[in-house]
Design a protein around this ligand. Structure first.
Ligand code: COI
Length: 354
């Protein structure tokens, strides 16, 4: 159990009014804890949200040894504050840490840190429909050294951002660009890890997609360039001929917590789910034969987001009638219903922040 010291701000900020957007506004406090080789994680504390002072030689700036997570806090319909499956984020943190040679962070310490800072800033949890307090835990390498090696010192921090929908279009279906030139990850690389490099690597494809008025990029596998992997900020699912089909966790895609939850919900509702390889040709054929019924993404930030259009080279696949599909809507309602306590949580996914 961490002994977290709390230093409260004497200058609380004005709470936002109006549209929040995503990840633009930050609360009054942050959690911060140091790691030093030989000493372990130490000095857990909550401080006023502030800028960091780091040496320009700090290793994170040069070789990107860092990780991050994303989860959300909600104001439940009973007025209590909840997290959604924070244990899964804690576990994934250590899967990422192992790949990036970042020290193990005890999972109970991760969850305790998140709960503690959310509790201090609980008044920042927004209550408008579709909003939540987005939580960004992250770890950076801080040694002052230009050699390529794992750092011996780190900072673990948790910052909080009251946010609305990730896509400004909300639940309006988005257009997705299937990238046929750049690749995001290969097996044996770090595609499964939640680390900045995977997202930096996605930017050039994203710029191309934006220039053509598509919101996001769908990545193909890095070897054959024909199997579907994931979208920049979410996992992807297809409803083909009554079944939900989604790429299997093969080492190069992110093991999404919303992905895992949605698969469980579908199975419980009797909707067949296949986790397997899906080629872009299979999608094109399914669309031509009218069997591609729905496409949607799943992610903490994106929740469950409908896709209305997929572009691959010269083909543009229009999905459904331009409105959100029935299964996508049901999954959005079920996931958010459990998160907010509107629906029974038979899985034990909701965790109260006390
Ligand atoms: C999340 O869904 O929490 C993510 O980390 C995606 C992010 C890149 C916005």
């Amino acid at each position: 159990m961490l002994d977290i010291k709390i230093y409260r701000t004497t200058e609380p900020k004005q709470k936002p009014t109006g549209a929040l957007g995503f990840g633009k506004i930050f609360t009054d406090h942050m959690f911060i804890m140091n790691y030093t080789e030989g000493k372990g994680w130490h000095d857990p504390r909550i401080e006023p949200y502030h800028n960091l002072s780091l040496a320009p030689s700090a290793m994170v700036f040069h070789y990107g040894q860092e990780m991050f997570e994303g989860l959300k806090a909600y104001k439940g319909v009973d007025g209590k504050n909840y997290l959604f499956r924070p244990d899964m984020n804690a576990k994934r943190t250590n899967e990422t840490n192992k790949r990036l040679c970042i020290p193990y962070l005890p999972e109970e310490d991760f969850v305790q840190a998140v709960k503690a800072v959310v509790k201090v800033d609980e008044d920042w949890i927004p209550t408008e429909p579709g909003t939540s307090l987005y939580i960004r835990p992250f770890i950076i390498a801080t040694d002052e050294f230009l050699g390529v090696a794992p750092s011996k010192t780190y900072l673990f921090m948790v910052i909080l951002s009251p946010s609305g929908a990730y896509y400004s279009s909300g639940l309006e279906p988005v257009g997705i660009w299937i990238e046929d030139d750049y690749v995001r990850a290969v097996k044996g690389g770090m595609g499964f890890a939640k680390t900045g490099g995977n997202y930096a690597c996605s930017l050039a494809g994203q710029v191309k997609a934006h220039n053509d008025n598509y919101s996001q990029v769908l990545w193909l596998d890095g070897v054959h360039r024909k199997y579907i992997e994931e979208v920049g900020s979410m996992n992807i699912m297809f409803k083909i001929d009554g079944k939900i089909v989604t790429p299997a966790l093969n080492g190069s895609i992110l093991p999404g917590i919303t992905r895992n939850s949605v698969i469980q919900i579908c199975k419980d509702k009797g909707i067949p789910v296949e986790e397997r390889q899906i080629s872009v040709d299979e999608l094109l054929e399914a669309q031509k034969s009218g069997k591609l019924e729905e496409v949607f993404g799943t992610g903490t930030a994106a929740v469950v987001s409908p896709v209305g259009k997929l572009r691959y080279k010269d083909d543009v696949m229009t999905i459904g009638d331009g409105s959100i599909g029935k299964v996508c809507q049901m999954l959005y309602d079920t996931v958010t219903g459990i998160q907010l306590g509107k629906l029974e949580d038979k899985y034990g996914w909701r965790v109260e922040v006390k």
